[in-house]
Design a binder for this molecule. Structure first.
Ligand code: XMP
Length: 511
C-alpha cells in the first residue's frame, strides 16, 4: 500500500520526533530524513508535503545546517517550524535580525485566518514561541500570517507557492491550536489522505527487516518488558525462526513472570525461544551483598555472562535486536550515532556478544505507540500494559541481603498488591507500583502469639517521565484490602506501610 508521504527534514535536536508523532497521530505517513539529503533524493520519495524541523541555534551562524535550496522551487508545500522558518526566510530573500526582546515561552498571538494554514482557528490564540531571531523583512511574495503581542512576526506564508513558516512550535501542547494548524497543513494544503495506521508501520518495518536480515540469524534478549517483547514479536513476524530469543530467568522476576513470558512466546507465537534458568547462579553471587550498587553490578555482570554463554552455543550471530524506543535515543539522527539505552537488561551486550549489526525497529516510536504495535501484533494486554520493571529486578526491592526466603515473601506480597490494583481498575492510571521488603522487623500479635516479622512497604507513583513522580493517592479502601491480605496471606509479614514520598527527594525504587 502506498500512503501519502510527508517528509520531515531534520536539522538536529529532539524536535523531529514530536512532529512526526503528531503527523502519525493524524494518520499520515511520514519519514524523517537528514537536512543534507539532496533535492533529487527528496523528490524520489514523492512527498506530498515537507516539514522543516530542528535546532535551536540560528540560521545566521556560519556553519548552520542548510537544506538543498532547490526544494523551495519544487512546488511541494513546505512548512518551516522555528529554525525551518528562519531558513526559509534567509534562503528566499527575507531578512532576520537578533531579537531585541527575549520572548521565548507561551505567548498570545493574533492570527490572520483568511489563509489555509489558520483556517477555522480563532484569531486570538496562544503558542510556544522561540524567537531568538526576528523576521525584520519577509521574503518577496510572502504575507505575515501571525504576530505576537509585541508585534514580532510569528508566522508567514506564500499561499501561491504553498510555503509557510511559523516561529512557534505547533507540535507542543502549549500551542493551543497547534494540532489544528498541522492538520490544516497536512490535509488542506498538502492534500494528504488520513490513511496511515499502525498496521502500515508494521508492514513497512517487516519489509525493511526482511530486506536487511535476508537469510541470516538474529538474536534477542527478552526481559519480558514491553519494548523487547514488541521488538521481538515484530522481528519474528519478519523473519520467523531465524530469530532466537533468550530469556534469562535470574530468579529476581515477579511471581510467575518467566512462565508467562515463556507461555506467550512459545504458545501464542511460534518462536525460537530459549529460557535459561539461572536463579541459583544469581543467588549465589548475591549472597551476603547488601549494597544496592553492588547488587546492580552483580546482576548486570552475571546477566551478560549467562547470555554470552547461551549465545555462543548458537554459533555465529549476524544481528542483535534491541527494544530501543525514541525516549532512549538521546540525540537525533543528524550526524550523531544513536546512544544505546543504558537499560541494564540489554546494556553492555553489544560489547560482549559477537554480532555484526543492531536492529532497533522501534527507535522512532514513543511508548504508547509501541503498545499499539504490540497489540496489533497480537501480544496480550497484560504484557503490553506492563509497568516498567528494573533490570536488577527484585534484588533492589529487598533492602539488605537477598535470599530465596525473602524473594518468596516479596513475590507473594507484590502479587497481592498487583491483584488489588487491577481489581480496583487502577492499573493504567498508576504508572508504577510495587512492594518493597524492608529490612526492618517489628513486633506484632497474631491470635494470642507475639510475632517479630518483616514490614512490607507499598510504593505507587504517578509520573510522565519517571524523572519526577508523585505518590499515588490510592483510595483507603484499596490500601486496607491490600494490607489485610498481605498480613493474612504472606508468611513472615506483620506490618504494611505506605510510602507517601514524591520524587524528588525520594527515588521511585527504594534502592
Ligand atoms: P528511580 O528509583 O531512580 O527509578 O526513581 C526511575 C525508574 O528507573 C527504574 N530503575 C531501573 N531500571 N535498572 C533498570 O533497568 C536499574 O538499575 C534501575 N533502577 C531504577 C525504576 O524502576 C523506575 O521506573
Amino acid at each position: 500500500m502506498n500512503n501519502d508521504t510527508v517528509l520531515i527534514i531534520d536539522f538536529g535536536g529532539h524536535f523531529n520526533q514530536l512532529v512526526s508523532r503528531k503527523v502519525r497521530e493524524a494518520n499520515v505517513y511520514c519519514e524523517v530524513i537528514p537536512y543534507n539529503a539532496s533535492c533529487d533524493k527528496i523528490l524520489s520519495k514523492k512527498p506530498k508535503g515537507i516539514i522543516l524541523v530542528g535546532r535551536t541555534a540560528s540560521v545566521i551562524d556560519e556553519n548552520s545546517p542548510k537544506c538543498d535550496p532547490e526544494i523551495f522551487k519544487t512546488g511541494i508545500p513546505i512548512l518551516g517550524i522555528c529554525y525551518g522558518m528562519q531558513l526559509m526566510v534567509s534562503e528566499l530573500g527575507g531578512i532576520l535580525e537578533e531579537a531585541s526582546r527575549d520572548e521565548p515561552g507561551k505567548v498570545e498571538i493574533a492570527l490572520e485566518t483568511d489563509n489555509d494554514l489558520f483556517l477555522n482557528i480563532n484569531t486570538e490564540t496562544s503558542c510556544w514561541l522561540s524567537n531568538t531571531f526576528h523576521v525584520s523583512e519577509i521574503p518577496p511574495g510572502f504575507k505575515i500570517l501571525a504576530r505576537s503581542r509585541n508585534c514580532s512576526v510569528a508566522a508567514i506564508g506564500n499561499e501561491e507557492k504553498k510555503l509557510y513558516g511559523v516561529q512557534f512550535q505547533p507540535e507542543v501542547l502549549e500551542t493551543q491550536n497547534g494540532e489544528d494548524m498541522l492538520k490544516n497543513f497536512l490535509f488542506g494544503i498538502c492534500g494528504c489522505s488520513a490513511d496511515w495506521k499502525m498496521s502500515s508501520f508494521i508492514e513497512a518495518a517487516v519489509t525493511e527487516i526482511k530486506k536487511k536480515v535476508g537469510d541470516k540469524k538474529v538474536l534477542c534478549a527478552l526481559s519480558g518488558g514491553v519494548d523487547s517483547a514488541v521488538a521481538a514479536a515484530l522481528v519474528n513476524k519478519a523473519v520467523g525462526k531465524q530469530l532466537v530469543c533468550i530469556l534469562v530467568d535470574h530468579g529476581l522476576l515477579r511471581k510467575n513472570e518467566a512462565d508467562q513470558v515463556e507461555d506467550i512466546f512459545t504458545h501464542r507465537f511460534d518462536m525460537n525461544f530459549i529460557r535459561v534458568n539461572a536463579q541459583e547462579r544469581f543467588l549465589k553471587r548475591l549472597a551476603g551483598v547488601s549494597d544496592p550498587e553492588q547488587k546492580r553490578k552483580i546482576v548486570g555482570e552475571e546477566f551478560i555472562r549467562v547470555f554470552e554463554e547461551e549465545a555462543k552455543k548458537l554459533g555465529e550471530i549476524d544481528f542483535l535486536v534491541q527494544g530501543t524506543i525514541y525516549p532512549d535515543v538521546i540525540e537525533s539522527g543528524v550526524g550523531n550515532a544513536a546512544v544505546i539505552k543504558s537499560h541494564h537488561n540489554v546494556g553492555g551486550l553489544p560489547e560482549h556478544v559477537d554480532f555484526k549489526e543492531i536492529i532497533e525497529p522501534l527507535r522512532d516510536l514513543f511508548k504508547d505507540e509501541v503498545r499499539k504495535v504490540g497489540l496489533e501484533l497480537g501480544l496480550p494486554e497484560e504484557l503490553v500494559w506492563r509497568q516498567p520493571f528494573p533490570g536488577p529486578g527484585l534484588a533492589i526491592r529487598i533492602i539488605g541481603e537477598v535470599t530465596l526466603e525473602k524473594l518468596e515473601i516479596l513475590r507473594d506480597a507484590d502479587q497481592i498488591f498487583r491483584e488489588e490494583i487491577a481489581r480496583a481498575g487502577l492499573s493504567k492510571s498508576i504508572n508504577q507500583y510495587f512492594t518493597v521488603l524492608t529490612n526492618m522487623r517489628s513486633v506484632g500479635v497474631t491470635g494470642d502469639k507475639r510475632t517479630y516479622d518483616y514490614t512490607i512497604a507499598l510504593r505507587a507513583v504517578t509520573t510522565r517521565d519517571f524523572m519526577n513522580a508523585e505518590w499515588s493517592k490510592i483510595p483507603y479502601a484499596v490500601l486496607e484490602r491490600v494490607s489485610n491480605r498481605i498480613v493474612n496471606e504472606v508468611n513472615s509479614v506483620n506490618r504494611v506501610v505506605y510510602d507517601i514520598t514524591s520524587k524528588p527527594p525520594a527515588t521511585i525504587e527504594w534502592e
